[in-house]
Design a protein around this ligand. Structure first.
Ligand code: SAM
Length: 313
């Protein structure tokens, strides 16, 4: 089947499912379905999803991307907030190749207080512990726009540890921001937080016309690959959580100097952070993720596990 035929077949299936279930997409849940099998492949290809990988998908929706993941991955944990979609998807999973390797959790991926839902944490932690050696934890999703930032901030702090790689379809502007190098306007809190642990790149732009219903904005596939040997990757969940709060404090007032941000971080985290005069006069976005990690780690005299970061005593 050509890509054009596959696209037409996906669109026909979408209309069939909509009609059969009387389903109307919810704007609140960001339900813009991606109906291009070539793009589902591109999203999975970006992180080379393979048979020993555990994949977490947020918002499987009608299961178009899930189909590609189920076919390739060792296991998929799919988290869907909308029970109407979950009912349709359960039927789809029964007939899709590899559908029996998909565990569907019907709930909000986010819990209270900026963390992942405990049920999601537990499911991923136990599946990760049981993974074959050499297997990776991947996050692959067409994320609802409103959930992208909160989900990534929560993911960074997860008890099961940082994923090995992610391939995410996100709003174009968000992709530009997380991939932006330090020094420019686009570099902000999410860029610093994620670049501390990941190499981030925009794989390709995706026009709004390939979604149903059509959103108001374009999207992009953004890829994050874990950086070897950086402190972030070895930190405990608690240190990653403190680092997230530190970064938020530094970027809370974009136009102000680092000195101002560090005072805020001290109030937030209860430990002083000291830097030289010259650095203190710069703005947070000029620093870059690695320099921010250095300032964070230099915050107090390191404890017994220096690599684990400051202020844990
Ligand atoms: N993966 C499907 C696709 O590519 O066609 C659907 C993607 S659609 C952009 C976003 C999906 O995320 C929807 O299925 C929506 O119901 C779900 N969703 C929205 N907020 C969510 C949340 N907080 N937790 C879990 N799923 C959520």
């Amino acid at each position: 089947m050509t890509d054009a035929d596959a696209g037409r077949a996906a669109f026909a299936r979408y209309r069939e499912l909509m009609a059969a279930h009387g389903f109307r997409p919810s704007r609140r849940f960001g339900q813009n379905f991606l109906l291009e099998p070539a793009l589902h492949r591109a999203i999975a290809d970006a992180v080379e999803v393979g048979p020993s990988d555990l994949v977490v998908e947020v918002g499987p929706g009608l299961g178009f991307l899930t189909r590609e993941l189920a076919r390739r991955a060792g296991q998929v944990i799919a988290v869907e907030i909308d029970p109407r979609l979950a009912r349709i998807l359960s039927g789809e999973l029964r007939e899709m190749p590899g559908g029996d390797r998909v565990r569907l959790l019907v709930r909000d991926v986010l819990g209270k207080g900026g963390v992942l839902a405990p049920e999601v944490e537990e499911a991923v932690a136990s599946a990760r512990a049981a993974m074959p050696s050499g297997g990776r934890l991947l996050v692959v999703a067409n994320l609802p726009y409103a959930v992208t930032g909160p989900f990534l901030a929560a993911l960074v702090q997860a008890g099961f540890g940082p994923p090995d790689a992610m391939s995410l379809l996100v709003q174009w502007e968000f992709a530009e921001r997380v991939a932006a190098p330090s020094g420019g306007e686009a570099h902000g809190g999410p860029s610093a937080l994620l670049q501390a642990g990941y190499r981030v790149d925009v794989v390709r732009r995706v026009g709004r016309e390939v979604f149903r219903p059509r959103p108001q904005v374009d999207s992009a596939i953004v890829r994050l690959r874990a950086r070897d040997g950086v402190p972030f990757q070895a930190w405990s969940a608690e240190t990653r959580s403190r680092f997230a709060r530190f970064v938020r404090a530094l970027f809370a007032a974009r136009r102000k100097t680092l000195r101002h941000g560090l005072e805020r971080a001290e109030k937030e985290l209860g430990v002083p952070f000291r830097v030289g005069e010259e650095l203190a006069r710069q703005r947070a976005e000029q620093l870059g993720a690695d320099a921010i990690v250095e300032v964070f780690l230099g915050g107090v005299a390191p404890g017994p596990d220096a690599a684990d970061g400051p202020g844990l005593a």
